[in-house]
Design a binder for this molecule. Structure first.
Ligand code: CMP
Length: 144
């Protein structure tokens, strides 16, 4: 299955200079980078991105945290990339994330968990169209 996913380095990850390491992990795994940008996300787009979490007790803290600095947004493409990216990212709570995962290696607290990856193919499509214009995504020539 050839698919795309949205991966974001959250404000804490950018501030802690983890962007290069995170990109490198996805490159080395063999996925193809289709889009990449650094943005200061607007509240509006964050409210849409986290729409499903609006009833959660940590919702307003989450929006505030995600607004606290620039984030890196990436679209990665490849075979089974949604599931494999989630595996590479590790448990939502870094304290539970396995060593070898981004969160298991690079952070410790659930409210500063460094990275986002779409949790299904359907969600990935929505998130990619929320954050990227079509003309911001490249089309690599197929090598097959
Ligand atoms: P993520 O899974 O990428 O998207 C939802 C985010 O909400 C999650 O990462 C955390 O950053 C945050 N989150 C989830 N649960 C909690 C929690 N119990 N306390 C604080 N933040 C949380």
């Amino acid at each position: 299955i050839h698919e795309q996913t949205l991966v974001a380095v959250k404000p804490d990850g950018v501030q802690r200079r983890l962007v290069g390491e995170i990109i490198q992990r996805f490159e080395k795994r063999g996925f193809q980078l289709m889009g990449l940008k650094l943005v200061q996300p607007s509240r509006d787009v964050l409210l849409k991105h986290y729409h499903d979490l609006q009833e959660k007790p940590f919702y307003s803290a989450l929006i505030q945290y995600m607004s606290s600095g620039p984030i890196i947004l990436m679209v990665w493409e490849g075979c089974d990339v949604v599931r494999i990216s989630r595996m590479m990212v590790g448990d939502t709570d870094p304290a539970l994330a396995q060593p070898g995962t981004v969160r298991g290696d690079l952070c410790v607290h659930i409210s500063r968990n460094a990275i986002h990856a779409s949790d299904s193919v359907e969600v990935a499509k929505k998130e990619i169209s929320l954050w990227f214009h079509r003309n911001e995504l490249v089309e690599w020539e197929s090598c097959t």
